[in-house]
Design a protein around this ligand. Structure first.
Ligand code: BES
Ligand code: MN
Ligand code: ZN
Length: 490
């Protein structure tokens, strides 16, 4: 697993500043004011910082961006990174500033002279996340990242905030690693093994194998994996940090590879379907974060792990399967497999845990990318309070999310001639909504439920503020915040 760069937070000690190697980061306000520490670096570097702050490059830089001086005279450091940031930045700006430091430092150690600037823990969060690289399959890649050191006026305070944020960052990195991992490495078995290992950090983890899933009657989930050599599994991760209240259930689609099955996808871009377990990846990352920060809440994470392959044993278009709920499903298109997996895991989650709310995450439809692009995940819910609380948490964390409608007319598209329902809406209209309607058929009356279609945001082809291209870990921070804001005891 990718490790976060080591972070230390100490008191200010400028005694050995001139001899520091690596990078040194300082802050300047939009109008070019240097704090005390930046002034010290300025005087040691024969006013290089002051000249940089007066330059056109610094003028052009946006708030939260950085400009670098290389090999400054008077310092052993390879570079001084000057970050444009107000003394009291927003969370978003502070994290962006951290990302700018991460990019500017490259592989060097970095000393950040934070002094009494606000939100230094968020800056550290930005440095840690933007420094992520997925390298296990690059031979000769450097595996130890350069150290991150913050010198601040109130180290205890910054450390306490950083402890929580680093638990979130670890969850995000766990999600990114799972989502980036190719399917020949991340088989259903390997995925389950990696989750089982989280017993180390205090989670209770059960792996349900195919025999057990058959006993439970999960004919919908099981029909997806029939063509694969990898056995289907459901993994149940429990964190019991609350009292005896009902848990929140997080449910994830974990299709380790989606060829489409007999309804085979076209070759172009099929390699992207290695991220089709992104929903399960986010659920796993959130559970990791909750355990690491010892959340005072009861949360259960359930993931359905399958591989969608064509073969002589694979499910055919036209086959009818019986779900754990008992409803029968006509499989019109074997590429609409995520909903078949979720139907049974959602039902099992409700039957076993009687949760106070259910949130599912899935890279469910290409249609959500057409609707919302890479900027926002699709949010569907039967509960205004739940979806509003989530949208607020997502906004705070800078994770895009946008609510889309549900309704009886969409549900009616799932009518089947020969079974209780079919697995696609017929035609491409409102494809993300008809998929959500299918899921809602497996939600019990009165259970608050939210479905997040993350097909557009789980993995992206261009760098984002906090992530290099590839898996983003979208949703870990927002769901962690939803839990702390809404479900956690004071
Ligand atoms: N895993 C795909 C959805 C997807 C598409 C995720 C692009 C990420 C990027 C899903 O299983 C799928 O194939 N959906 C079909 C549904 C259709 C057959 C009704 C789709 O979106 O085309
Ligand atoms: Mn599919
Ligand atoms: Zn899929």
């Amino acid at each position: 697993m990718t490790e976060l760069a080591p972070l230390s937070i100490t008191e200010i000690d400028l005694g050995t500043l001139a001899e520091r190697s690596g990078a040194i980061a300082v802050f300047a306000t939009e109008d070019g004011k240097l704090d005390q520490n930046a002034r010290k670096v300025n005087s040691l570097s024969k006013k290089a910082v002051a000249r940089l702050v007066e330059s056109a490059a610094f003028e052009k830089a946006k708030t939260g961006e950085a400009v670098t001086v290389s090999y400054p005279a008077g310092l052993a450091a390879a570079k001084v990174i000057v970050v444009k940031m107000p003394r009291r930045p927003s969370v978003e700006v502070a994290r962006k500033a951290g990302a700018a430091i991460a990019k500017a430092r490259g592989e060097d150690d970095v000393l950040v002279l934070g002094g009494s600037m606000a939100r230094m823990a968020d800056v550290a969060f930005g440095v840690a996340l933007r420094g992520y690289a997925f390298t296990p399959h690059k031979t000769g890649a450097q595996d130890a990242l350069g150290k991150i050191e913050f010198m601040v006026s109130a180290p205890d305070e910054v450390q306490a905030a950083a402890d929580v944020l680093m638990a979130v960052a670890e969850g995000i990195v766990f999600t990114r690693d799972l989502t980036n991992e190719p399917a020949n490495h991340l088989t259903t078995t390997e995925f389950a093994n990696r989750l089982k290992e989280m017993e180390n950090i205090g989670l209770t983890v059960e792996v349900l194998d195919e025999d057990k899933l058959e006993d439970l009657g999960m004919g919908s989930l099981l029909c997806v994996g029939l063509g694969s050599a990898s056995p289907s599994k459901v993994v149940v991760m429990q964190w019991n940090g609350g009292g005896d209240e009902a848990p929140v259930a997080l449910v994830g689609k974990g299709v380790v590879f989606d060829t489409g099955g007999i309804s085979l996808k076209p070759a172009g871009g099929m390699e992207d379907m290695t991220m089709d377990m992104g929903g399960a990846g986010v659920v796993s990352g959130v559970m990791r974060t909750l355990a690491l920060r010892k959340a005072r809440a009861n949360v259960v994470g359930l993931v359905g792990l399958v591989e969608n392959m064509p073969s002589d044993r694979a499910t055919r278009p036209g086959d009818v399967v019986t779900s754990m709920k008992g409803d029968t499903i006509e499989v019109i298109n074997t590429d609409a497999e995520g909903r078949l997996v979720l139907a049974d895991v959602l039902w099992y989650a409700q039957e076993r845990f009687k949760p106070s709310a259910v949130v599912d995450l899935a890279t469910l439809t290409g249609a959500v990318i057409i609707a919302l692009g890479r900027e926002n995940a699709g949010v569907f819910s039967n509960d205004d309070a739940l979806s509003k609380a989530f949208l607020k948490a997502a906004e705070t964390e800078g994770e895009g999310a946008w609510r889309l409608p549900l309704g009886a007319a969409y549900d009616a598209k799932l009518k089947s001639r020969i079974a209780d329902m079919k697995n696609v809406g017929g035609g491409r209209d409102a494809g993300s909504i008809t998929a959500a309607q299918f899921l809602q058929r497996f939600i019990k009356e009165g259970t608050p439920w939210m479905h997040l279609d993350i097909a557009g945001v789980a993995s992206v082809k261009e760098d984002t503020v906090l992530a290099p291209k590839g898996a983003t870990g979208w949703g870990v921070a927002a769901l962690n915040r939803l839990i702390s804001d809404t479900y956690e005891a004071e």
